[in-house]
Design a protein around this ligand. Structure first.
Ligand code: NAD
Length: 349
């Protein structure tokens, strides 16, 4: 059945004291998003995460922090009470090492979005943001390192990444129906690998840029000139710097043309993992002997973001050069590594 087309009514511009709710705020993107809105002058921000506060990567002054599990429906109502905008960034996730190994955990994040979108709707929130992923795309289209970049229509016919990708696809559909059937404005961004300071860099959930920075720092520290790379190093990806991600979330959430419409949020600067290692080596001023673990989790062979749609709608695309973002990230991870070595407590992000 064709869904009925809704008339988009213009809503009031967001006021600086309107309540913004961010879930997953103890993690990488959610924490940075709370900081972003705080810096923009918003005074009423509520952040929620299931981790105890001392494990949050960022605690932003002036933000109300709640340690609550939002896979629980009652907690979602508490978190969304009075919200004008809701940003749901909570999910059990990590790099390939995590999402290939813990598919059940990833699938169970369906509870988070299911309850959060309902609670946001019941609370009368004006806008709801869902952080989807490039893992929602059909994996059959990603079998070659020289892939064609993925455009939004490539999610269907569906053959998403097992576990994590299917959860994202299903949660996207929830968001779309809350608009079509119930009239809440929902927004869906498919992130392509995000990296930067205050992200996970050790412990098993880290993604390639952070993992490679850490391995290079470790090699230097231990004076062991070797590095082990997952896969054959020819896999390709694009990596988006956190500042672009935050700006993109803000722009997407406030663009009525994008209601209930999944959109890529990533860069189109595709690199192989080998090239990524070379970039980090250059930053560190070292050349390491590479070994390849062909049995390690490596994900699809190639993936890149087709940015035609975002450029058309927002007249913008993520544009921080990888070299620039990596330099900042490397420096930050090095500082964390040294702090930990001195016995200080650091979040693994
Ligand atoms: N980082 C990336 O490259 C990337 C790529 C694609 C999509 N995403 C999506 O963006 C969002 C944020 O990712 P991130 O990189 O910040 O991950 P992250 O792991 O750093 O942060 C996620 C946070 O969600 C919290 N969380 C998980 N389940 C929860 C629950 N039931 N209740 C409350 N909190 C819960 C975790 O404790 C964690 O702090 C996720 O939805 C993720 O799937 C991220």
């Amino acid at each position: 059945m064709q869904e009925q087309k809704r008339i988009v009514e213009k809503d009031a511009p967001l006021k600086k004291d309107d309540l913004i709710v961010i879930t997953g705020a103890g993690g990488f993107i959610g924490g940075n998003l709370a900081l972003y809105f705080r810096k923009k002058g918003f005074t009423c921000i509520r952040a929620a995460d299931k981790k105890p506060l001392y494990e949050w990567y960022l605690q932003v002054p002036g933000v109300e922090n709640l340690c609550l599990d939002v896979s629980n429906e009652t907690n979602c109502h508490r978190v969304c009470e009075g919200a004008v905008e809701v940003y749901n960034l909570a999910a059990d996730m990590g790099g390939m090492g995590f999402i290939e190994r813990f598919r059940v955990e990833c699938l169970r994040s369906i509870l988070v979005n299911t309850h959060m979108v309902e609670a946001a709707y019941k609370a009368g929130a004006r806008r709801y943001f869902f952080s989807s992923s490039a893992c929602a795309y059909n994996t059959d289209l990603q079998k070659d390192p020289n892939v064609r970049a993925l455009k939004e229509s490539d999610a269907y016919p569906a053959m998403a990444e097992r576990g994590y990708g299917w959860e994202k696809l299903m949660s996207e559909m929830f968001c779309q129906e809350y608009w079509h059937e119930r009239g809440m404005k929902t927004f869906i961004a498919r992130f392509h690998n995000v990296y930067g300071p205050h992200g996970t860099w050790d412990g098993g959930r880290e993604k390639a840029p952070a993992a490679i920075c850490r391995k290079v720092i470790e090699a230097l520290d231990k004076q062991d000139p070797r590095i082990n790379i997952w896969g054959d190093g020819h896999q390709t990806r694009s990596f988006m710097y956190i500042d672009d991600c935050l700006k993109g979330i803000d722009m997407i959430m406030h663009c009525d043309e994008l209601i209930a419409t999944p959109i890529n949020l990533g860069t189109s600067e595709m690199v192989s993992i080998n090239k990524l290692v070379s970039k980090v080596e250059k930053l560190a001023g070292v050349k390491l002997k590479r070994s390849y673990d062909l049995d390690a989790p490596k994900g699809v062979a190639g993936r890149n973001s087709d940015n035609t749609f975002i450029k058309q709608v927002l007249k913008w695309e993520p544009n921080t050069p990888l070299d620039k973002g990596l330099a900042v990230t490397y420096k930050w991870i090095k500082a964390q590594y040294e702090k930990r070595k001195k016995g200080h407590r650091v979040g693994i992000g």
